[in-house]
Design a protein around this ligand. Structure first.
Ligand code: GLC
Length: 427
């Protein structure tokens, strides 16, 4: 199917913020808690009864995203547990019917727009609450023989109607939605998972519905049929991604600690530096990073996560122009470095700081000016005098066409120093 999805803002943004937030934030032990602990609806009900996030302030989330240089935010309007953060007319299982009593999606959308951010909605295809969803390998009661027998006559078409109806609600009730993140199909595991996929979602028609309601909306690739972008989960591809031999827009989603939902006792926190490197590595391969945060049961981003985003904000404040709208360069970067290219600027991101000299093969004669981004100090190229004889000053072994820059001994105090090269022409 042809698409008129607007991928321009997406490539410009390069960084987005993913928000996993819902009833599981109260359990505070991973968003799959209902599945992991084989909970029944009754056992999961206390989270619905006590959902009262008194500090819900999506404007603060949006500001955190914006300060970090993100261009969009994606909120879990419904996750696998089936709980809806908007005022859906198709179920009572919504935030409006909890003590909270509000339409969280409406407030979220408004907050993003107020901060000038693009709006993304995550919608789980899997649903562990709806009574038309046939029990499968992901279902919390997958091993409960009595429950399975009692629900054996469930007809996926009942769920399909609900799914299409809810997507229609989300795409008609909240103005322009820029990005829809469906999650997920698993036909590759028919044995264990029950193998739900495109046919179960009536994916072709669902996609047509999205295109008809919001032609510009970007749709991800987890409906079980190709979408506008590819979404590697928690891994970095080796090179720019392709589909059927042609370049395709992609976005890696990543957690801060391995869990998407708020996970109080999880200390597997990734360093800000490693996440900044992840972002850079993606841009160097024409990709985006959708970095997740799991706000807590009161609706707040916890201190550790906030610190991480603040660190990213500080780095982006100095280096955003090597990220926004940048992409892969046609040269091979030196060891432990990544190139990004935007127009006639080539950015060298140094994951480790070389001693005094930086050798850039293939760039001799192609650079008219070089500077360190942290302080705009000029980096002077090393001119090798071919008439000098002493072996140890000839920089022997460098391939022809190598540009060598002289670096200060002291590494700038930033997680990843960046050199900006002004090219003689746009490659
Ligand atoms: C997986 C998980 C889910 C998470 C998502 C993010 O599909 O099931 O919990 O929301 O990845 O991409």
């Amino acid at each position: 199917m042809t698409t008129s999805a607007d991928l321009e803002w997406f490539a410009e943004a390069r960084l987005g913020m993913f928000v996993h937030w819902g009833l599981y934030s109260l359990a505070a032990r991973h968003e799959w808690v209902k599945n992991r602990e084989h909970m029944t609806d009754a056992q999961y009900a206390p989270y619905f009864d006590h959902f009262d996030p008194d500090r819900y302030n999506p404007r603060a989330w949006a500001r955190t995203a914006k300060d970090a240089g993100a261009g969009y935010v994606v909120l879990t309007a419904k996750h696998h547990d089936g709980f809806c953060l908007w005022d859906s007319k198709l179920t009572d299982y919504t935030s409006v019917n909890t003590p909270f009593g509000r339409d969280a999606v409406a407030e979220f959308v408004e907050a993003c727009r107020a901060e000038g951010l693009r709006v993304g909605i995550y919608y789980s295809l899997i649903d562990w609450h709806h009574d038309g969803f046939p029990v499968d390998g992901t279902h919390p009661q997958r091993d409960d023989e009595e429950f399975k027998a009692a629900t054996a006559d469930r007809d996926i078409r009942d769920y399909q109607r609900y799914l299409h109806g809810q997507v229609r609600e989300l795409l008609t009730g909240y103005g322009q939605i820029d990005y829809l993140f469906f999650d997920f199909s698993y036909t590759h595991r028919p044995d264990y998972w029950g193998g739900k996929g495109a046919a179960d979602w009536d994916a072709e028609n669902l996609l047509c519905l999205v295109r008809a309601l919001q032609p510009g909306c970007i749709v991800n690739d987890r409906l079980g049929i190709p979408g506008d972008i590819v979404t590697p989960e928690q891994y970095q591809p080796l090179k720019p991604m392709e589909r059927d031999g042609a370049p395709v827009a992609w976005e890696a989603c990543q957690t801060l600690n391995g869990s998407w939902g708020y996970d109080r006792d999880n200390l597997d926190v990734k360093s800000s530096e490693s996440l900044i490197k992840l972002l850079i590595d993606g841009v160097a391969k024409n990709g985006n990073l959708l970095l997740n945060v799991g706000p807590d049961g009161r609706g707040r981003i916890d201190r550790t996560a906030q610190r991480t985003f603040d660190d990213i904000a500080a780095w982006m404040d100095d280096h955003a122009r090597s990220i926004h709208g940048a992409g892969a360069a046609p040269w091979q970067a030196p060891n432990d470095a990544r190139y990004t290219l935007r127009g006639d600027r080539l950015y060298v991101h140094l994951f480790s700081w070389p001693f005094k000299h930086l050798h850039l093969p293939g760039l001799a004669g192609k650079v008219r000016y070089a500077q360190l981004m942290s302080d705009a100090s000029e980096l002077v190229p090393l001119h090798i005098d071919p008439n000098r004889q002493a072996q140890n000053t000839l920089m022997g072994g460098l391939p022809d066409g190598t540009l060598t820059l002289q670096l200060p001994v002291q590494r700038p105090e930033t997680p990843v120093p960046v050199i900006e090269l002004f090219l003689t022409e746009t490659p």
